[in-house]
Ligand binder design. Structure first.
Ligand SMILES: Cc1cc2nc3c(=O)[nH]c(=O)nc-3n(C[C@H](O)[C@H](O)[C@H](O)COP(=O)(O)OP(=O)(O)OC[C@H]3O[C@@H](n4cnc5c(N)ncnc54)[C@H](O)[C@@H]3O)c2cc1C
Ligand code: SF4
Length: 468
């Protein structure tokens, strides 16, 4: 059994609770930023820029930092990516821009993420306003879901003069940047500052409005010239095992959300916690639990270390935080009368590759074992919003593996007025904030092409859902 338990000394516990949830990476000082920027070679056809899904002009923004033009640097970033502040914190830079930097083995890659954060923090602290709504063009666009994809699409359209309204079911906008990314990687105020910037660009927000419940897609199609669907994904799916309704079994996303919206001292957690899953959500839940004060936190995963969906740097971070890993372990039952008392698992072996291309876990008969615990956190991905896809199917919109199907060049769906982007279309590849931002940009361009070639603004759509 591959288990690693807490290091002898766990530094985070030497800090007070609030301090443990401050951003993990310190901000660069002005001197450090200029020094780091001066290492950049300002490559022609810069590979870092190609690797960035939003194609930020990285050499240019770095050059501007080196000449102390930080405002200009921030503008360069935001011109390509309105969520540059979130992305500077949450992007898997090792896999993207920094992974592509020409300075690799002998010289460390340029710290692009930290430089970007430096420029973004400067602009936020100085409250610099870069963009405003373009000249009104008479067209109205509805955005469904105000996460990274919706904010990016709405902001880009506002710049072009569209009248944009974002409908968001939550009280606050920002999607997972606000509610889902662990607070020591992205504080809530960073995400809300981005929402505020987009609001100042003229985008209107209607919060606590669930499209499909409080307002129908038919209504949006009547009232708006185009609709962009960016609803992301939903709650963590059920485990489908006995005992998962016991007190102490929690949804990983709810657990993370609590740390972003509540007093940290009011959050309830166990002392021996099993986290089921091995992706982003699982790592975040496990590290949060440790920082809150849980004595023993174990990630339980049915495959091996090699198949883990989490990035390697996240895995290493979790190990440093003293999180244990029980690989090749399949949970089969949560044990307890009323409250969680343990997690029964089966040992697994790896067989031939399955449909995902990864070696398939196969149970070892008679290998049951129990991990004593007082809390189980479910972190096995997110459910698709089937209520939305079913509704959209009535307008002839198809899905791929349950995700909304789009034309990748425009993010248009099968319905002429409906576009989509973000996690709700990501049937393959990594779901990430930066990909969602790029989807929003692509859709904004697609919508602009559609509407700027049409003559009439804000006309009622004749299209009705089947059966209406
Ligand atoms: C725990 C966790 C950690 C992550 N960590 C990282 C990371 O470190 N780096 C990274 O790049 N990515 C990370 N991701 C992925 C990243 O957060 C997503 O890819 C990104 O947020 C997708 O943006 P989106 O706009 O498509 O969806 P979301 O951010 O999910 O936003 C969708 C919005 O739509 C709203 N909505 C849903 N249904 C409706 C409706 N019917 N009507 C109105 N509004 C609706 C939701 O409330 C939500 O605000 C993480 C994801 C999770 C779950
Ligand atoms: S690849 Fe590296 S050195 Fe070249 S421009 Fe990008 S950050 Fe600078």
């Amino acid at each position: 059994m591959a288990e690693h338990y807490k290091p002898a000394k766990y530094k985070a516990w030497e800090m007070d609770l609030e301090e443990r949830f401050q951003e993990v990476h310190p901000v660069l000082t002005a001197r450090e930023a200029v020094q780091e920027a001066n290492r950049c070679l300002y490559c022609y056809d810069a590979p870092c820029m190609v690797a960035c899904p939003t194609h930020i002009d990285i050499p240019t923004f770095i050059k501007k930092i080196s000449t102390s033009n930080v405002k200009g640097s921030a503008r360069t970033i935001l011109e390509a990516n309105l969520l540059g502040a979130s992305c500077s914190r949450v992007c898997p830079v090792e896999e993207l821009c920094e992974g592509a930097c020409v300075l690799q083995e002998d010289h460390k890659p340029i710290a692009i993420g930290r430089l970007q954060r430096y420029a973004m923090d400067y602009a936020r602290n100085k409250e610099i306003k870069f963009f405003q709504k373009g000249k009104d063009n008479g067209f109205k666009v509805a955005v469904v879901g105000a996460g990274p994809a919706g904010l990016s699409c709405g902001g880009e359209l506002a710049k072009l003069g569209y009248d944009v309204t974002c409908f968001e079911r939550k009280q606050l906008s920002g999607g997972l940047d606000t509610y889902g990314i662990v607070v020591f990687r992205e504080p809530v105020e960073v995400s809300l500052a981005e929402v505020h910037m987009i609001e100042e660009m003229g985008v209107k927000f209607e919060n606590n409005v669930t499209v499909g419940v409080d307002i129908t897609f038919e209504r949006l199609l009547k009232d708006f010239d185009a609709v962009f669907v960016s609803v992301g994904l939903g709650a963590v799916p059920d485990l489908g095992i006995v005992g998962e309704t016991l007190s102490g079994v929690v949804d990983g996303l709810d657990f993370i959300e609590e740390t972003k919206t509540k007093e940290l001292s009011s959050i309830k957690f166990g002392q021996r916690i099993c986290v089921i899953g091995a992706g982003n959500t699982a790592i975040d839940c496990a590290t949060i639990a440790r920082r809150l004060g849980a004595e023993r936190v174990t990630i339980v995963y049915r495959r091996s270390e090699a198949e883990m969906p989490a990035y390697h740097f996240e895995y290493e971070f979790a190990l440093r935080e003293g999180v244990g890993f029980s690989f090749l372990s399949q949970p089969v039952r949560v044990i307890g009368e009323k409250n969680v008392e343990g997690l029964e698992c089966l040992r697994m072996d790896l067989g031939p590759p399955d449909a995902s291309g990864r070696r398939a876990p196969e149970p070892v008969p008679g290998s049951e074992f129990v991990m004593p615990c007082d809390m189980v956190i479910k972190a096995i991905g997110q459910k698709k919003h089937t209520s939305v896809t079913e509704r959209l199917a009535q307008f002839g919109i198809k899905t791929t593996k349950g995700y909304i199907a789009v034309d990748p060049l425009t993010n248009a769906t099968d319905h002429p007025k409906i576009f989509a982007g973000g996690d709700c279309i990501r049937s393959h590849g990594e779901a990430s904030t930066v990909m969602a931002v790029q989807d929003g940009k692509i859709a904004a361009k697609g919508i602009h092409n559609l509407l700027s070639n049409s003559n009439t603004a804000s006309v009622s759509s004749p299209v009705q859902a089947k059966g209406e």
